[in-house]
Design a protein around this ligand. Structure first.
Ligand code: WQD
Length: 345
């Protein structure tokens, strides 16, 4: 059934892919984004891929001066629910600037909760992260694994999960899913939308892609002395289109649930690949060399983590379908068609 859905951070990497899938599923979308880590051109590209109703509100959910206007806009839109992706996500930056991360990520969530209550639209899919698991669990990690983030970014995700659980305990009208993403990579096969980090990429795939396109000289591999099959870090890479589809499935599932439900669900492929395996796959996909040097471990990194995605399959009838080769090929198509991301200068 078509719904009016708010997508916060909808101009961002994951948000733009989620917006495309929601529109293609027949929903109307209100994107709230302040473009602090995204670009207005992404909205145009979403419309090219998925013609449909997209309203845009360029406001900052973390800015108290914007809160009343955001609440009114969500009520006027007639929201039925929301997907909350807006937030800062650089692990390293969060260690240097914890107060900025707590005020931005938690402040944004609290403003959205207030707005959804005012609009009586108490259905929410929250963009959480596998970072909440820290390094405390055997792999594959299940949703009842121990949580304890190892950095302020991950702690904001964990705290927001707990805030949402408290909200639902206090008001049984809420229905909430916390989607714990593993490592989203790749891009829409059209090559029109993709990951476009500001400045130097924090994450592996955008960095590799910028080396392949010639914007960066070489990749720095953060450590090759981990207890993994080749000594480099192992992560569960999931195609961003598989991830986006998981959001549509989560919203559909929520609409069939009783009030008061709050569920944590992993979105991962259930397979781990090392840094060097990812480099090799990207070389094959791009037919470009990816020079790299081995350096010391990055503070806060863990050796290996990958998901048990059985609950998503059981509840949402969802599983990741795209291979590492497809992730690399689609990421490369986006990067080679958009050497400077959305900036065309
Ligand atoms: C992957 C592997 C690095 C960069 C992040 C954060 C968060 C999350 C996405 C949403 C690790 C290695 C990386 C580089 C490297 N977003 N690496 N050289 O740290 O697993 O998690 O995932 O939740 O942003 O939680 O992702 O891509 O930074 O690192 O060697 O230049 O690549 O050591 O082993 P991470 P990542």
């Amino acid at each position: 059934m078509a719904k009016n859905l708010v997508v916060t951070g909808g101009a961002g990497y994951i948000g733009s892919h989620v917006a495309v899938d929601l529109i293609n599923a027949g929903h109307d979308v209100l994107i709230i984004d302040n473009f602090v880590n995204s670009h207005p051109k992404a909205i145009e590209r979403i419309k090219e891929i998925a013609p449909g109703r997209i309203d845009l509100l360029e406001r900052d959910l973390a800015n108290a001066d914007h809160a009343d206007e955001i609440v009114d806009a969500i009520k006027t839109f007639g929201a039925d629910g929301a997907v909350h992706l807006a937030g800062l996500k650089a692990v390293g930056e969060s260690v240097e600037k914890p107060a900025k991360y707590y005020s931005t990520n938690i402040g944004s969530a609290l403003t959205l909760i207030r707005a959804l209550e005012a609009a009586n639209a108490k259905s929410l899919v929250f963009s959480s992260s596998a970072t909440v698991y820290g390094d405390y669990n055997d792999n594959p990690v299940t949703e009842d694994g121990e949580t304890g983030a190892t950095n302020p970014y991950g702690r904001t995700k964990l705290f927001i999960e707990e805030i949402l659980k408290d909200i639902a305990r206090a008001d049984n009208d809420w229905k909430i899913v916390n989607l714990r993403y593993f490592n989203p990579v790749g891009a829409h096969p059209s090559g029109k939308i993709g990951e476009d980090p500001n400045d130097i990429p924090n994450n592996l795939f955008p960095y590799i892609a910028q080396v392949a396109i010639g914007r960066r000289e070489k990749l720095t591999v953060f450590g090759n002395d981990y207890a993994t099959r080749d000594g480099t870090g192992v992560r569960d890479y999931i195609h961003v289109c598989d991830l986006a589809r998981g959001h549509v499935k989560a919203l559909d599932w929520l609409s069939g649930q009783k009030n008061g439900v709050v569920k944590d669900i992993n979105l991962g492929a259930g397979v781990g690949y090392s840094v060097l395996e990812a480099v090799s796959a990207f070389k094959r996909a791009s037919n470009r060399d990816i020079p790299y040097e081995i350096a010391a471990r990055r503070e806060g990194d863990i050796a290996e983590i990958y998901a048990d995605a059985g609950l998503a399959n059981e509840l949402l009838n969802w599983k990741a379908e795209k291979s590492l080769e497809e992730m690399c090929a689609d990421h490369w198509r986006w990067q080679s068609q958009n050497p400077n991301g959305y900036k065309t200068d």
